[in-house]
Ligand binder design. Sequence first.
Ligand code: FMN
Length: 350
Amino acid sequence: MQNSVKNRQYWLRTTSLVVLLSFFALLTATQFNSGKAVFSARNHVAALNAPDDPVRFSGDTMIVNTTTLGKGIQGFAGNVPVEVYILNGKVVKVTALANNETPGFFQQAIRILDSWTGLTPKQGVAKKVDAVSGATYSSDAIVANVRAALEYADKADVKALRERGASQSSAQDAQKYGFKKINVMSMEDLPAGFSFFTGDSGHGLLLCSGDRQRSNAMTIGWGALGTLWGRRPAVTVYVAEKRYTREFMDKYEYFTIMHFPDNKVVDYMGTHSGRDGDKAQALGLHTLYTENGTPYYAEADLVIECRVMYGGEQFDPKHYRSGVPRKQYENFPAGIHYQYIGEVVNAWKK
Ligand SMILES: Cc1cc2nc3c(=O)[nH]c(=O)nc-3n(C[C@H](O)[C@H](O)[C@H](O)COP(=O)(O)O)c2cc1C
């Protein structure tokens, strides 16, 4: 009886040992594709939060992330997601994201990341990229991920994706800095005691125009908020002929007006010209963009975005009906003002 128990324990131990040894042998064999056994530590990197949306934009560059797209692609130790950067329809860069591949092998595998640079998505999909000998699992997984990204990019409606991306990121930016959408038609939504245009005695508002590449702002003291052409909330601003901002107002479809809690900003913007340097940068302001791409500053506490309905008309001396405008322009080196009327399309306050 004792002997049979011993025998059973012996066989149990031997079988477990054989199973364990076979498992290690298998593991070692799969790791031996470079001829060197590697049991080094894995890249213990936290898995990325898989973005549901594989595409995001940084300026004009479209970035395709394969965390979700490449879920079914396995390297040696799980997924090997990448990001493919595409600018003007061509790949500019491929980067590898966090993974659990063996670091020694992975360092060899990433040598192929440059293989797609300069290709269109279609050319990239068709391109044959050989596996890196010694790091076959990882490099094959990289190739399959890049191909998944490029197939996605090839079929994607880039314009629609960009618009969606811009609207998502602009909403996130506004939220991050504490802006809440308001109804500009409701006086309750405007800050208590807020005098919309303050005139020469007050500090004024900022008027800003441009796009993601270039923008400029200046202080305005004159203007009006009212309704025009239906119950349409409208803002009228007046920009003197020689202001740098006028060049922007004549070019762009949208503008923002902003209220600032900080008079320093308003004073500086009203006494310096954007022709002499970037005023926002000098003040350390953070430029954000609405979903229409209209610039505004994160530091403002009220932002009203308008779409120009009527603009670029200079006051004509033949229509002066009193001495007021005549006197104003008698000695006014900045030149006669131009009028711009914008429909309010969005408003936010903190
Ligand atoms: C309180 C205040 C209110 C101003 N209001 C106006 C205005 O309504 N229209 C205008 O053309 N200039 C106005 N200015 C002058 C411009 O803000 C100023 O000339 C600015 O430097 C122009 O900048 P820019 O050349 O970058 O456009 C105001 C300036 C101050 C200080």
